[in-house]
Design a protein around this ligand. Structure first.
Ligand code: GLU
Length: 418
């Protein structure tokens, strides 16, 4: 079957079914885990700068709260759909379970193109959306965070809106906040740090020396940029970076922090970076590199382009970048894949630390945050690799087996109400 045509949620369910076959789940339990626990869709008006009113649609989907409060980001993007939110919420459940932090999974989003909104419109949209989803949000029930096109400022507005409605300062309702408002040191780079750690573990497994190893990084935002410079700090050569504006290449390795400086001065885009060659997007995926790190959006690697991939390792910094049929092609080529629910779990792990710090009003040093993150990432990678070897399955199925088992056990122990 051509699974590149499946929707994100259909892909998430197919991945679940593949792994669930290795577990002894009751049919009712299986059916519950295949579906989201709760879905909220909201339509709300925003007064635009030109005086008109525009109606926006947003969602918040909770997949599971069996192991703890629902946790997951909020994205602003024209392509947001309820289907996508369902998939992303389910992936958050497995992600939190893989790294064994006490959260379930959720995701939210608003259909919009934030680049066309003024700062005032963005703030209005954020506050109104936050108000609409306050039905679900709480420090004990559902804790959002940044995702595609959302940042610390947006988290601050959501926190303020929720706190104003409650009548008191409630920082633990959201993570990814600015440090001044109870954010955690290390959170901004945490997802990239987790991708970096997973990549190093994968290199160790495949016998690749990080010193001089070559990488191609797709996406240069909150995940791709820190992934690239943190791996450069470990001695890797980042030979290519791509974003929506174009792809840049330097065989000796790019100076990633210099590319970042350039991007910041050019609307957060890398096109035109002077100290590299510009290459075609097609060429980018086919580069002969040790590691390819897709850190942009879902469905970047499909059955169409997977045959061209020559990397030895694919590390999924993005959520859902590889379709199931593409994954089979990569496996046939002997490419080692580190799945999203493991590779990019560093972000939600430090979100967990931020939530704990917020509840206790007791803050940790960056060194402590990073040390705890490193320990969780390395341990989780080892757990997944061991499961993969024991069950003779790929890393994604292994991660799902671990995660589904943890969630299903929590479900069974809690029992069925009433
Ligand atoms: N949006 C991030 C993710 O997909 C972080 C979620 C969180 O910290 O809750 O993992």
């Amino acid at each position: 079957m051509n699974t590149s045509e499946l929707t994100a949620y259909e892909i998430a369910v197919a991945q679940f079914d593949k792994a669930a076959a290795y577990l002894d789940l009751k049919p009712g339990q299986c059916e519950m885990l295949r579906r989201p626990k709760c879905e909220l869709a909201v339509n709300f008006p925003i007064r635009m700068d030109d005086g008109s009113e525009q109606v926006f649609t947003g969602y918040r989907v909770q997949h599971s709260t069996a192991r703890g409060p629902a946790k997951g980001g909020i994205r602003y993007h024209p392509s947001v759909t309820l289907d996508e939110m369902r998939a992303m919420a389910m992936w958050m459940t497995w992600k939190c379970a893989v790294v064994n932090i006490p959260f379930g999974g959720a995701k939210g989003g608003v259909i919009c193109d934030p680049t066309t909104l003024s700062r005032r419109e963005l703030e209005s949209l954020t506050r109104r959306y936050a108000s609409e989803i306050s039905l679900l949000m709480s420090p004990e029930g559902d804790i959002p965070a940044p995702d595609v096109n959302t940042d610390g400022q947006i988290m601050a507005w959501i926190m303020d809106t929720y706190s104003t409605r409650r009548g008191y300062y409630t920082p633990a309702v959201i993570t990814g906040k600015p440090i001044e408002l109870g954010g955690s040191l290390g959170r901004a780079e945490a997802t990239g740090r987790g991708v970096m750690l997973s990549t190093l573990e994968a290199m160790k497994y495949r016998g690749i020396d990080p010193e001089g190893a070559t990488l191609a990084v797709q996406g240069f935002g909150k995940v791709g940029a820190p992934t690239a410079y943190l791996l450069q700090d470990k001695g890797c050569r980042i030979v290519a970076i791509t974003d929506i504006s174009g792809s840049i290449y330097h065989p000796k390795g790019l100076d990633v922090r210099d590319v970042l400086r350039y991007a910041r001065e050019h609307g957060n885009l890398i096109a035109g970076y002077p100290l590299a060659d510009s290459i075609e997007a097609d060429e980018f995926l086919g580069l002969d590199v040790d590691v390819l790190a897709p850190c942009a959006l879902e469905k970047a690697i499909t059955a169409k382009n997977a045959p061209r991939i020559r990397a030895k390792i694919v590390v999924e910094g993005a959520n859902g970048p590889t379709t199931p049929d593409a994954e089979d092609i990569l496996a046939d080529k002997g490419i080692f894949l580190v799945p999203d629910v493991l590779a990019n779990a560093g972000g939600v792990t430090v979100s967990y630390f931020e939530w704990v710090q917020g509840l206790q009003c007791f803050f940790w040093s960056e060194q402590e945050v990073n040390a705890r993150l490193d320990e969780i990432m390395v341990r989780s990678f080892g757990d997944v690799l061991r499961t993969a070897e024991e069950k003779k399955v790929g890393m994604r199925v292994a991660a799902y087996i671990l995660a589904i088992d943890r969630v299903a056990r929590a479900h069974a122990l809690r029992g069925t109400y009433p």
